[in-house]
Write a protein that binds this ligand. Sequence first.
Ligand code: KDG
Ligand code: MG
Length: 408
Amino acid sequence: MKITKAKVFVGGPKKNYVTLKIETDQGVYGIGDATLNNRETLPAHYLENYLIPNLLGKDPRNIEDIWQFFYRGAYFRRGPIAMAAYGAIDMALWDIKGKLAGMPVYQLLGGKSREGAMVYAHATGSDLEDLMESIAHYVEDGYKAVRVQCGIPGMPTASYAVPEKKGDTKNYITDYSGIRPNLEIWDTEKYMRFMPDALAEIRARFGPDLHILHDVHHRLLPREAAAFAKAVEPVNLFWMEDPTPAEDQDALKLIRQHSTTPVAIGEVFNSVFDCNKLIENELIDFIRVAATYVGGITPLRRIVDLAGLHHVRTGFHGAPSHSPISMAAQHHVNAWAPNFGVQEYLVLGTPECDALFPSEHRMEDGMVFVSDAPGLGVDFDETEAARYEYQPGSHPVVRLQDGTMWNY
Ligand code: KDG
Ligand code: MG
């Protein structure tokens, strides 16, 4: 069996999904997602210019060898661009293998450990009352877990992922009006004064059962993060995410020494070597890697197994930039993983997105139910894809009030 053709598509409804389609001499094809938010053209170029020419003629059933060929063969290893490109190939090959076997991918991984996988939604508010309304909306919809982000009083601009004013529906993570980023101003003191009390009010309003998550988005220094984690202990958060920038892993020791608030980290990691020490030293509670950014299902499964040995549960990244293909890959891993925790899930099918990626995965009452269709259980409509093209976009950048660059 041979790979005969592979194509990359960039575009989507208000998104720049990078979709790879691999075709074979037996008529079976597979699809994968290489979307690297705001840098989408880079994995697309890597696929087109180097990886696809080297894929042609290979036996698509040798998933492991193809992964090792690209990873070891590159000499200069890792990095988000390369790993996202390998990730798309790997997902597409698992899709093909599932179709050949007539089985959904979760069966190839070892079968189901659960029926539904709990997901969390993003509640945001320009102020606390606005946020309370947003949380109430998700609770009414049956969500059991909600990430909460709130505008901070007195902050000169809206901070991470919250609307500037009530009712504003602009996409705050990616702005598709061009590649020059918007500016956000950050003030740690104001955040530290406001957010712990706001989280306590949310807990008081919604009771003990709601799983409350909060994303600090790499904004704090280690000592501040430890103080924050200690201050929010009575709230009993499901997790505190990315308290400090991910590069300084020793920062997490300080947080651990001072608090029992669960820590989730890993959405910017692209290899097991970014998280093996954190996992082995049991400095985190949830690992946030994504199938795309770590190079596909093959390496993701290894990280999940390592995490399981150290009581670390999964909480895979699922920001809106992930296409339904990588989300499907994660649904299969989630169905199998014995140490599943929660899944971030925001691909709430618009009619345009459903037409581009017809899928049999089902979302109900804050849970995802994985498809039983052979392969990944999601398809890609090339005719629909022809309607879209790449739109330049950007994340905001962050500065302190005096102009110092800070972490987005
Ligand atoms: O591209 C960056 C986003 O994926 C990130 O800001 C989203 O932090 C994020 C999250 O938890 O989903
Ligand atoms: Mg995050």
